[in-house]
Design a protein around this ligand. Structure first.
Ligand SMILES: Cc1ncc(COP(=O)(O)O)c(C=O)c1O
Length: 382
């Protein structure tokens, strides 16, 4: 299996340790372990800290501890801990699903643009991958389910969707998910819903749909503590599927990471049990950044525009300058110490991807500097 270069990850790793104002940040500003424990009442925090320090650092339960799988199962309807497989981030969860469910020659329909993994792994396996392109109506990105229906065939094995969506911030409604599930059922296909941005509703915005997994045995949900809880360093994600699919992925996992890191498994359980406090923290950060962004876009309407995210943390910024997005992104990083991801990594020229989960002071300064850069490019172009 020959995998294509992961364009976005290569670009991010080139700059993320170098720049000071990373407003391409794809998650919520991360927490420290002390801040996570700070969410607990004092006596519980002391007990949890003690328990953490005494975890024996052996291999853990390969599927993830019963404690963590139990806490995860409770977030779905009619899902048992045996239907959950904990993985090394959503990225391993997706990888295990593609490699366990697909064979060379299978037909896959996958949302486009997308986190590149959602296309590349199936292509590397030798599948025919048909992109389901997200449409742009009245300057708003939207999923066109009628178009999806036309793309799915009798031999389609897997439909891949992602909501809230990276990189546009579009969301699938409950009715959309139900329609997609119906389309999958009719084709005898599975539907993989990458829900890496689950629980990230916009403060004051529309509520998000329930997880795809709740809809039936053909539905698979992938989740992570990385984006919604600001804990990407734990590298904990999961698959919620039927026990049969979870077990097939477990067998594949014997070749990749074997078992989750015990410390991470423990901390992820604490995060899940304190979800409401983490969601309140997210809303505070995102509310602040949206306010800053709204003012910035109003003041700089001649330089850039965006389709405000409806869920998740990400959006595409359309800029006026004529330069290619990789050139603009490199210039921003090198000369302005600002990270905004090039739209070309998603096949969207003249766009940059922004994240609204960064620490508000960094976000505001990043935007201030971005305006100087975009203004100088526009002036050069005239
Ligand atoms: C849509 C999507 N899926 C999966 C991942 C991988 O996340 P994790 O850190 O859980 O591996 C990302 C990371 O950016 C993502 O955007």
């Amino acid at each position: 299996m020959k995998l294509e270069t992961f364009a976005l990850e290569r670009w991010m790793t080139t700059w993320e340790t170098v720049v000071s104002f990373d407003i391409a940040e794809s998650g919520i500003y991360p927490l420290s372990t002390a801040e996570l424990f700070g969410l607990l009442p004092e006596d519980q925090a002391a007990a949890a800290q003690d328990e953490l320090l005494n975890i024996r650092l052996g291999y853990t339960e390969a599927r993830g501890t019963e404690r963590l799988r139990g806490a995860l199962a409770e977030t779905y309807e009619q899902v048992s801990p045996d239907d959950i497989l904990v993985a090394t981030g959503a990225i391993e969860a997706n990888f295990l699903l593609f490699t366990s469910l697909l064979e060379r020659g299978d037909h896959v329909v996958a949302v486009y643009p997308a986190y590149q993994q959602l296309h590349s792994v199936a292509r590397a396996i030798g599948c025919e991958v048909t992109p389901w392109t997200i449409s742009q109506r009245d300057n708003q990105f939207a999923f066109d389910i009628d178009a999806l229906e036309r793309l799915v065939r009798k031999d389609t094995r897997l439909i891949v969707v992602n909501t809230p969506h990276n990189p546009t911030g579009a969301i699938l409604s409950q009715a959309d998910l139900e329609r997609i599930y119906g389309i999958a059922e009719e084709a005898n296909a599975y539907v993989l819903c990458d829900e890496a941005y689950r629980w990230l509703d916009m403060p004051g915005g529309e509520p998000l749909a329930a997880p795809m997994r709740n809809l039936g045995p053909r539905a698979i949900s992938v989740g992570t503590v990385s984006k919604p809880f600001g804990l990407p360093g734990l590298r904990i994600g999961w698959i919620a599927a039927t026990e049969e699919i979870a077990s097939a992925c477990w067998s594949t996992r014997d070749y990749t990471s074997l078992s989750p890191a015990g410390l991470s498994d423990y901390l992820a359980t604490i995060a899940l049990r304190n979800r409401d406090a983490l969601i309140a923290r997210n809303h505070e950060i995102v509310r602040n950044n949206l306010e800053t962004a709204d003012v910035w876009f109003a003041e700089h309407a001649d330089l850039a525009a965006w389709d405000r995210p409806r869920g998740g943390l990400l959006a595409l910024v359309r800029y006026a300058a004529a330069n290619p997005s990789s050139e603009v992104a490199d210039l921003l990083a090198k000369d302005y110490s600002v990270m905004l991801a090039p739209g070309s990594a998603f096949g969207y020229e003249s766009h940059l991807r922004i994240g609204v989960g960064q620490r508000p002071d960094i976000f505001a300064e990043g935007l201030r500097r971005a305006a100087i850069c975009l203004r100088s490019l526009s002036a050069e172009g005239n």
